[in-house]
Write a protein that binds this ligand. Structure first.
Ligand code: NDP
Ligand code: HSE
Length: 441
């Protein structure tokens, strides 16, 4: 049927906050271009939000506004439900009901998919509906499309991404402007980057949700957020950021999913990256995802990872995809997690103790000749070889100094044992500061 004679596809929007309002505005502003691409018009006909007055102002009175999302997901005239409420409470209930009612779903909700994706995709498959989630990972960057379709020929080896705008913004502003953590976090919240609960951003949980989703698509395994290692940026000190720079590295919060012979590494933590890598120079709220495939080699995806319209760009891309495919036989659509659902692997997600990486170790040591020998002996006994070392001159009148060591790769459990032994030396004061290091070569 010609695009001009097909009925518009009808959309119900759940939540018209930052991303919901961006989606509504971009859809309205670019409606003609979008119609020409999708093959038919896409119309938002109903919006649910707790704040109905604000929703009316946002939409200019052009659509029906309700406070209860259940009215949207059960409305017989709605073809696609966009869930932009967030969290895995009411959002989960509404998504599951929408699917049960035969509606396609678009969501930006990585928390929901990382924790309940298996249940959601199974229900959607049974109902023959699509669940699309481009906006859930890296905001406006089409990384889901790239992993699921563009790189489909490849055996993906690893993914490493700066996938949380809030923390990258905080790290950049702290380094460049010397601003305090709390001040920059407030700015990120005001700019609409941060999650409703910003501890999800700063403690690495949001990045782990996204890394979990990417690991599933890259390796054909179920989403397993509970097995991810999660460490945020709250314990990172300005001293380590400074020493890292002196050694030629930048510290970024990385989400890493890597296939190794024993299983899959799935981890989020602050990471030293050589300053010469492109990804080390991704600043502010920008995101970047580096993907290593066996055929294509390394590819890098860069763009805005958060904010109203960048995220709306991804939400609307999903809307257009669904609009184009709504009449296609479900068997001929792209699988939710890239691999056919009956072809998922049970490759284990490895515990952190079995992960292999390099380390930056900083310790406060007595300014005595024997200390370095003691520390290096402990590392040698654990078969950990040293890549570089930096020993600061003790300040005037000081009896202690900083010793920084970069190691070659070792298993985390060997690093743990060596760090414990170093901390027990009488010449080492307090805890060893440990940050993982990846060359991303
Ligand atoms: P907001 O908090 O700005 O918007 C959520 C909206 O949902 C608010 O208007 C809220 O109303 C409304 N809401 C809450 N509960 C209900 C309910 N029971 N029924 C109807 N409406 C409800 O969040 P964002 O727009 O920032 O985020 C939405 C989703 O997008 C989340 O999953 C988030 O993780 C994801 N996301 C966000 C990005 C961003 O840059 N902000 C980027 C990528 C993904 P009220 O304000 O009155 O509570
Ligand atoms: N809070 C998230 C971030 C929003 O800062 O990246 C985008 O998912």
């Amino acid at each position: 049927m010609k695009a001009s004679v097909m009925k518009p596809i009808r959309v119900g929007l759940l939540g018209i906050g930052t991303v919901g309002s961006g989606t509504f505005n971009v859809l309205r502003r670019n409606q003609e271009e979008i119609r020409r691409r999708a093959g038919r018009a896409i119309e938002v006909v109903m919006v649910a939000d707790l704040d109905t007055e604000r929703a009316k102002q946002m939409t200019g009175g052009s659509v029906e506004i309700v406070s209860d999302g259940r009215q949207v997901v059960s409305h017989p005239d709605i073809d696609i439900v966009i869930e932009l409420i967030g969290g895995d409470g009411i959002a989960r209930e509404l998504v599951m009901t929408a699917i049960a009612n035969g509606k396609h779903v678009v969501t930006a909700n990585k928390a929901l998919l990382a924790k309940h994706g298996t249940e959601i995709f199974r229900a959607a498959e049974e109902k023959g509906v699509m669940v699309a989630f481009e906006a859930a990972v890296a905001g406006g960057i089409p990384i889901i499309k790239a992993l699921r379709e563009g790189l489909t020929a490849n055996r993906i080896q690893w993914i490493a991404g700066i996938i949380n705008g809030t923390t990258n913004f905080i790290l950049s502003e702290m380094r460049d402007k010397g601003l305090d953590f709390d001040v920059v976090l407030k700015q990120a919240q005001a700019l609409g980057y941060a999650e409703a609960d910003p501890t999800f951003d700063i403690e690495g949980v949001d990045a782990a949700h996204k890394a979990t989703i990417m690991s599933a698509i890259a390796f054909g395994v179920p989403v397993q957020f509970d097995k991810a290692y999660v460490e945020g940026i709250t314990k990172l000190s300005a001293t380590d950021i400074r020493y890292a720079e002196q050694l030629g590295y930048r510290i970024k919060l990385l989400g890493i999913a890597r296939r190794v012979s024993a299983g899959i590494e799935l981890r989020v933590h602050p990471t030293l990256i050589p300053a010469t890598r492109l990804i080390a120079n991704v600043e502010g709220a920008m995101n970047a995802v580096l993907v290593q495939g066996d055929a294509v080699g390394a590819t890098l995806y860069y763009g805005k990872g958060a904010g109203a319209e960048p995220t709306a760009s991804a939400v609307i891309a999903d809307l257009v995809d669904i609009t184009r495919l709504a009449t296609a036989d479900p068997e001929h659509r792209v699988p939710y997690l890239a691999f056919q659902s009956n072809e998922m692997a049970d490759t284990p997600i490895l515990p952190m103790s079995e992960v292999t990486t390099s380390y930056y170790l900083r310790m406060r040591v007595a300014d005595k000749p024997c200390v370095l020998a003691d520390v290096t002996r402990i590392l040698a006994d654990a078969s950990i070889s040293i890549d570089a070392m930096l020993q600061k001159e003790a300040g005037e009148g000081e009896t202690q100094t900083d010793l920084i060591i970069l190691t070659h790769e070792t298993k985390e459990k060997h690093a743990d044992a060596a760090i414990a032994a170093i901390e027990s030396l009488s010449t080492v004061a307090g805890k060893v500061s440990r940050i993982r290091l990846e060359h991303l070569g």
